[in-house]
Design a protein around this ligand. Structure first.
Ligand SMILES: [Zn+2]
Length: 294
């Protein structure tokens, strides 16, 4: 690792594992062997040592390739010397095992006020990564982002069991949805589109009582059936896939967001106000129905 990188990212320079140590020790040997093998196969072949490259547009992006390579037949390239068989469990600073990888855990950073996304690292696991394994990885990710000058406001993950367990391990509760990294809090969120789908799927199966009134998917169905064949519809975007999604369509966040939208609600209110004839048929779903059309 170059001096620049050590200064800019002290956390990174602490990263050490068997393969990286082996790599540092044998890098020159690897480069020489590669050079000897390729030299005769290319025209104007040249292998060139190099230092740190910083992205001109995004200053936080940088890389130090092990070498640069040029030849007149193939053009320019970069060389990375590795001595690792990919495909086995590799948990970064937590080490590697001989178990075959079946899942990758990816950490991605994104801006809150700017539109950018950047995968910042991944680890490879045999089966889902447990909360105990994810905890130090998450801590390290937050620290490295802070070292790079970013403010980490919150973390977002879906509601998979290991993720819920991770938040519990970090002391996240309903009343205090945050955890500390070196004394500075980070908000712990679950992914909101996922919650949209969970709410919709819950409503598909069950009626919900709110303040003594009933919320029911049958109201949405009745609204859709009343609206769908009219020449001018109040909710023209709604189709059968919204009202009766199959297993595949249930995974679409777009459909869940569209049917539980302000425009669906506005459409239902229009019927509520104007279509008294319809109401007579629909109130049979329950006298106290929150969304009955009268
Ligand atoms: Zn070439």
């Amino acid at each position: 690792m170059s001096l620049h990188m050590k200064i800019c990212y002290p956390e990174l320079s602490k990263f050490k594992s068997q393969p990286t140590q082996w790599g540092c020790k044998h890098e020159q040997k690897g480069l020489s062997a590669y050079n000897a093998l390729q030299e005769e196969k290319h025209k104007a072949w040249e292998l060139q040592a190099c230092g740190l490259f910083i992205d001109k547009e995004h200053g936080f992006l940088a890389a130090t390739p092990d070498s640069l390579v040029t030849c007149s037949c193939c053009g320019n390239g970069v060389v990375e010397v590795k001595d690792i068989i990919e495909g086995f469990e590799d948990m970064g600073g937590l080490g590697r095992t001989g178990r075959v990888t079946t899942q990758a855990l990816v950490f991605m950073a994104r801006g809150l006020t700017n539109r950018w996304k950047l995968p910042i690292g991944y680890t490879l696991h045999s089966g889902p990564a447990s909360a105990r394994v994810m905890e130090p990885l998450l801590m390290s990710a937050v620290r490295q982002l802070r070292n790079a000058g970013l403010t980490v406001v919150s973390t977002v993950c879906d509601m998979g069991k290991p993720n819920q367990e991770l938040y519990r391990l970090l002391g996240v509760t309903e009343t205090s949805p945050q955890f500390d990294v070196d004394g500075t809090p980070v908000m712990a969120l679950h992914n909101v589109p996922h919650i949209f789908k969970c709410v919709r799927n819950g409503l598909l199966k069950h009626d919900v009582e709110v303040d003594g009134e009933t919320l029911s998917w049958s109201h949405i169905k009745a609204f859709y059936n009343a609206d769908k064949d009219r020449p001018i519809r109040t909710a023209p975007k709604l189709g059968p896939e919204h009202v009766q999604p199959d297993a595949f369509k249930k995974m679409s966040v777009r459909l869940a967001a569209q049917i539980m939208s302000a425009s669906t609600s506005a459409g239902m209110r229009i019927y509520q106000s104007f279509d008294r004839a319809l109401s007579a048929r629909l109130t049979s779903h329950g006298k106290n129905a929150r969304l009955s059309f009268y």
